[in-house]
Design a protein around this ligand. Structure first.
Ligand SMILES: Cc1ncc(COP(=O)(O)O)c(C=O)c1O
Length: 417
């Protein structure tokens, strides 16, 4: 096995230099090169098709990051785009709302077990922000126990500049899968916890992705009830992937509120906070929720069409079946390679993390992701991957082949001592 030469990325790198003078850091947050392998990954994308992206230098990749989650079908879905263009002809931004808002809310309440009412927003952070505000309004309590990534707003980003300590002191993080830790946090904040918000499928940063351990979600539900805290499932990654009704449908535990975004409209910007009417009604008079763009209908039309396609093509079953085969093959390849690494995840969300067995684990990870991007597989070292409906069997076979070769090179360069 020979190392592949570096891809030609001249235009991407030049555009990034230009971007640095235009925007702080060139790009915001997770898209900055240090979150990939600097100098090896493209930075600017020209276009996408099916399960692929093409960068500004003309390199074509199989994309298993899927825009960090929204792409559940594929890039440039003609049916969705046609529906959006049709809506454009009537207009989509008004002082009032359009009928599609009712239609989409009806659709969500029909699909998602906890959803008796819905509030449509534009991003995942909007949705979790709405859920937390409603929970605080409903309970008249302030503290939040959280587990997972819930967005960039003040209430859920500790240890960052620009966020007052007085605000983050009200939010406490608990580890996924550990009921004792949650119970302890509730006991330490007795009578003060407005909500427990948890990603039902665990995906801590740069760590294995976990299906809920048996009884875990049931245990979280029971603790929330015992402490009269609102239980929120953050289904922004799991929504429409784990099941059409989210992880709550597949794993059979119904929260009080739930948040959705990402895959809801295959890339169009929309989010939703849904939940039990009794709690959602806090948003009728008690709490304030409003934005100029929340009622814009293009994203709602896109969501309706996306849901049509997901149902018509039985997409969830398809990506679970092919994802399960992918996870199986990945496990075999990783085991055969002898590289100290762990396969994790659930079929629609596979991941590979490198084990901290010696001082080389970081270098192994960097080399692995260098060799996979050089083989035109776009995956991320610190974020799990996704299976999309338009990833063809040939795409997935190519991905596994690239992973096998990259592991072989990694093993040769950094043998386990
Ligand atoms: C579980 C979860 N919640 C909330 C968010 C925030 O969503 P957004 O980035 O659309 O604001 C994300 C985004 O990655 C997420 O994965």
């Amino acid at each position: 096995m020979v190392d592949r030469p570096k891809l030609k990325l001249d235009k991407s790198l030049a555009m990034f230099e230009e971007a640095k003078a235009l925007s702080p850091g060139g790009l915001m947050g997770i898209r900055r090169p240090y979150n990939f392998v600097p100098g090896e990954y493209p930075i600017f994308i020209e276009k996408g098709y099916e399960g692929h992206i093409i960068d500004v230098d003309g390199n074509d990749y199989i994309d298993m990051l899927c825009a960090y989650g929204p792409i559940i079908l594929g890039y440039e879905e003609p049916e969705i785009n046609a529906a959006v263009v049709e809506q454009m002809k009537s207009g989509f931004c008004f002082s009032l709302v359009q009928p599609v808002q009712n239609e989409l809310q009806k659709r969500l309440t029909g699909l998602i077990p906890c959803a008796e009412m819905a509030i449509l927003v534009k991003t995942g952070s909007d949705a979790t922000g709405v859920a937390v505000r409603i929970a605080r309004g409903h309970t008249d309590k302030s503290k939040i126990l959280r587990c997972g990534y819930h967005g960039w707003h003040d209430w859920c980003v500790e240890n960052h500049g620009g966020v007052p300590k007085e605000i983050t002191d009200l939010t406490m993080e608990f580890p996924y899968g550990d009921l004792d830790a949650l119970e302890k946090a509730l006991a330490e904040n007795k009578g003060e916890v407005a909500a427990i918000i948890v990603t039902p499928v665990g995906h801590p940063l740069n760590a294995p992705v976990m299906a809920p351990p048996p009884g875990y979600l049931q245990g979280v539900r029971a603790l929330a009830d015992a402490h009269k805290a609102v239980l929120i499932f953050d289904e922004i990654r799991s929504g429409f992937r784990v099941a059409m009704g989210g992880a709550q449908e597949r794993y059979g535990v119904v929260p009080d509120l739930a948040t959705f975004g990402k895959a809801l409209a295959n890339g169009y910007a929309i989010g939703a906070c849904v939940g039990k009417a009794e709690i959602m009604k806090a948003a009728e008079k008690k709490v304030f929720i409003s934005s100029t763009f929340f009622p814009n209908s293009l994203e709602m039309v896109a969501a309706m069409k996306c849901l049509d396609i997901l149902e018509r093509e039985n997409v969830v079953a398809n990506i679970w079946e092919r994802g399960a085969k992918f996870l199986d093959r990945l496990t075999t390849i990783v085991a055969a390679s002898g590289v100290p690494a762990t396969v994790s995840g659930i079929p629609p969300m596979p991941f590979l993390t490198f084990d901290k067995v010696d001082d080389h684990y970081g270098e192994r990870r960097t080399l692995f992701y260098t060799e996979t991007i050089r083989r035109n597989l776009f995956i991320q070292p610190f974020h799990h991957w996704y299976i999309a409906y338009r990833h063809s069997d040939a795409d997935l076979a190519h991905a596994l082949n690239a992973i096998g070769e990259a592991l072989e090179i990694t093993k040769k360069r950094y043998p386990r001592k």
